[in-house]
Design a protein. Structure first.
Length: 449
């Protein structure tokens, strides 16, 4: 089965699942993981599907899953009403659920929830646990050198620019032992890196991602985080119960990152690249986005991250998702975002132009007044990208002649490539190998030249 992944790491995790599923095992055609993060993201996969339809064989079909295909995690019955552009090919398109039925992961239940389930035993039962032996048997396709491990799903935060939250359903998370089993399964096959992923993964173990409402901003502001995030505990358990050399963490909700989490990020097996879904540096803009933190909180968090002193002495790289042109964004609001990138050396940047989501499905902020005018939009995105390129080049130059490690992800007889632990892309041309053989899935020690 051919496949095309649009969007985030959660999509990569599920594409791996669907491609190894019993349901698709005897089917032909193309699997498409769709994304609705912006209007242009929607246009991209709709265009791809139309093109694929032209060449799909008589018995083949296009299997569409993920955010463009479902609501609250379930395949949308009104898919062709929402995407009338594809209605002409109803016979050749199949809309799929979030996950193949055989491996929908288990939701971890706390005592009170388990009691509730027991009380309602007749009406509702916990989700089936992932059957790893079945997965192992079914694992035909290994798409990536690293493995995306889903630890959390869904979200309850309803940020005003976000369509994803309408699609993915409510927040829940996976039991630690379930996650550990899947990592041990993967490392037992000799693989070297896992990527923890989710929609709001640092909210692991929380009742819902809105929990932060119960805390006064003063508590947050004063760095007192005495118990709420158990994301740190999960990381500790993964470090203690697995031996996988590299644990990478994908996009983090800043509001759930407390001192306990920051302390764990010093450890050598935690991949020293930390990406935050920041969205803006401006308190005004964050407020109208309905985010759970303000500009001051973000500065303090990035200051702490930037000052992490790693056990292995590696200088960390910081990544951020940022939205530019959010309705009402003043020049000062923009500069607050711009200065975050400059002052805290954001070395990996996903800068999204605000999308009013006028195509097919919409978001609250799409109807906000004071949308930013076209001429300002272009100027701001150019300035931000220019700054980011400078920051990135300065960071890469600062790593010159440093001894680092790289996981070889692609290789053939003459060429190979991979990523350093602090997210610098490298290949034969820019590094000198000190130790190790540059073969796929090998970690080699190198000097960046
Ligand atoms: S935290 Fe906000 S942006 Fe992220 S998934 Fe939830 S609602 Fe969307």
């Amino acid at each position: 089965m051919q496949y095309k992944v649009f969007g985030c790491k959660v999509n990569k995790y599920y594409t791996d699942r669907w491609l190894n599923s019993e349901y698709l095992s005897d089917k032909t055609g193309t699997f498409v993981a769709s994304c609705v993060v912006t209007d242009s993201a929607k246009r991209k996969w709709v265009r791809f599907v139309k093109k694929e339809l032209e060449s799909t064989s008589k018995n083949g079909k296009i299997y569409i899953s993920w955010c463009g295909a479902f609501k609250d995690g379930k395949a949308q019955d009104d898919f062709f009403e929402i995407y009338p552009d594809l209605a002409y090919a109803k016979e050749k398109i199949e809309v799929l659920d979030e996950a193949p039925i055989e491996d929908t992961p288990k939701k971890s239940l706390r005592e009170d929830e388990q009691q509730e389930v027991n009380n309602k035993a007749s009406t509702k039962s916990p989700k089936p646990r992932i059957d790893l032996s079945k997965l192992k048997a079914a694992q035909k396709t290994q798409i990536y050198t690293k493995k995306f491990i889903l630890i959390q799903w869904g979200c309850d935060s309803f940020c005003t620019f976000c369509l994803t939250v309408q699609k993915r359903g409510r927040h829940y998370y996976r039991a630690a032992e379930d996650i550990i089993d899947e990592i041990k399964n993967f490392e037992s096959e000799g693989w070297k890196e896992v990527v923890l992923t989710g929609v709001n993964l640092s909210a692991w173990w929380l009742e819902n991602t809105h929990d932060i409402q119960n805390f006064s901003q003063d508590l947050v502001k004063n760095w007192i985080s005495w118990w709420w995030s158990r994301f740190a505990e999960l990381l500790r358990e993964l470090l203690d119960n697995t031996s996988i050399p590299r644990i990478r963490i994908s996009s983090l909700g800043p509001e759930f990152i407390d001192d306990a989490v920051i302390k764990i990020l010093w450890e050598e097996r935690i991949y020293p690249h930390f990406h935050f879904s920041v969205q803006s540096g401006s308190t005004n803009t964050l407020k109208s986005m309905a985010r759970h933190y303000d500009g001051e909180y973000m500065k303090r968090l990035l200051w702490k991250i930037r000052n992490i002193k790693r056990e292995d002495g590696v200088e960390i790289s910081i990544g951020a998702d940022l939205i530019v042109w959010f309705p009402g964004e003043s020049e000062q609001d923009f500069m607050d975002t711009y200065n975050l990138v400059k002052d805290y050396k954001i070395t990996k940047l996903h800068a999204f132009p605000f999308s009013a989501h006028t195509m097919w499905e919409s978001v609250p902020a799409g109807k906000f007044k004071n949308q930013v005018s076209e001429n300002i939009k272009k100027d701001r995105m150019n300035r931000l990208m220019e700054l980011w390129e400078q920051v990135r080049e300065t960071f890469k130059s600062s790593q010159k002649w440093k001894v680092l490690k790289v996981l070889i992800e692609k290789s053939d007889n003459t060429w190979w490539s991979g990523w350093s632990e602090n997210y610098i892309e490298c290949d034969n041309n820019n590094i000198e190998i000190i130790a190790g053989i540059p073969k796929k899935n090998n970690i080699v020690v190198w000097k960046y030249i």
